[in-house]
Ligand binder design. Structure first.
Ligand code: SAM
Length: 278
């Protein structure tokens, strides 16, 4: 049996298990500088400067950063997600902040909106969990008006951090891998280092999306697009080593700079695609 989730099993896991994990980790994200990264800040600015007011966030989750900030800057926010638990939290969050959003349960693979309904459509941190990428991109483009904007990000396997973390997760999801990592973590803790233990092996619900794969989808669509790569070629968090090798945390100079380089940007840890629908 594969430890990498696919198809209906993937959706079920995202709806029941992953949504709970995402909700439980929300407070930690808000406490730390999770969203204070170029990749998120640039993306927010791009969306804020998009024309028109009607924006749709696909996979809105708790709406804790993008949706709230866009509503604060005057956008008319719509959001869909597979998980009712996350949507309930999102609704409360908007209410507590004196803002409003139109929220509903839906799958990004089949958006319940008419063609051209939105000025901008976006999905951040969502593409890694999709069963059919091509269909999702088509859906997002479909519900966006002509001249509107579609934005999403992907985790890039051409980057050492994403690649090593992914295969570490796959290894840890197997019984033998889980035992080995548990042993190594116990050793690490006995040497006085902090470490978190998982109670049991967890299947892998995310995928890495290579630039050629995404470009192949986009080239077949009647759209114009730009790509930005973040933390190009610079290691971030790596299993065992942790974030000691993360130069981007020491100086912003490292995470800036190469993102718009014609070729090197494709080696960024996160790639952000900004699509214009002509
Ligand atoms: C990593 S969270 C990102 C949440 C939010 N975009 C943010 O940046 O804070 C991924 C979200 O995608 C949602 N999701 C996963 N698969 C989905 C699908 N097929 N349709 C709609 N939402 C989905 C999850 O429930 C979760 O809320």
């Amino acid at each position: 049996m594969s430890v990498i989730l696919k198809g209906r099993e993937l959706d079920e896991y995202n709806k029941s298990v992953y949504s709970r994990q995402w909700l439980d980790s929300s407070a930690a994200r808000m406490r730390t500088d999770y969203y204070k990264k170029d990749h998120y800040e640039d993306t927010l600015r791009t969306l804020q400067s998009s024309g028109g007011t009607k924006v749709l966030e696909c996979g809105i989750g708790t709406g804790e950063f993008f949706a709230l900030e866009l509503a604060r800057s005057g956008k008319d926010v719509y959001g869909i997600d597979l998980s009712d638990v996350l949507l309930d939290d999102c609704r409360l969050r908007f209410r507590d902040n004196g803002l409003s959003a139109r929220l509903g349960i839906a799958d990004v693979h089949g958006l319940p909106f008419k063609d051209g309904a939105f000025d901008a459509t976006f999905a951040i941190g969502v593409m890694p969990y999709m069963k059919d990428l091509s269909r999702v991109v088509w859906e997002m483009v479909r519900v966006t008006r002509k001249g509107g904007m579609v934005v999403f990000d992907v985790m890039n396997p051409l980057h050492i951090t994403q690649l090593s973390n992914y295969w570490y997760r796959v290894f840890e999801a197997t019984p033998a891998g889980f035992r080995t990592i548990h042993m190594l973590k116990s050793l690490k803790r006995s040497l006085g280092f902090k470490t978190n233990f998982k109670e049991k092996p967890e299947k892998v619900n995310h995928q890495l999306i290579s630039p050629p794969r995404m470009l192949n989808i986009l080239r077949r669509m009647p759209v114009r697009y730009t790509v930005r790569g973040y933390n190009v070629l610079l290691p971030l968090n790596i299993p065992v080593i942790g974030n000691r090798c993360n130069l981007c945390e020491r100086s912003r100079l490292f995470s800036h700079g190469l993102r718009d380089n014609r070729l090197l940007k494709y080696f960024g840890s996160k790639l952000v695609f900004v699509i214009e629908k002509p």
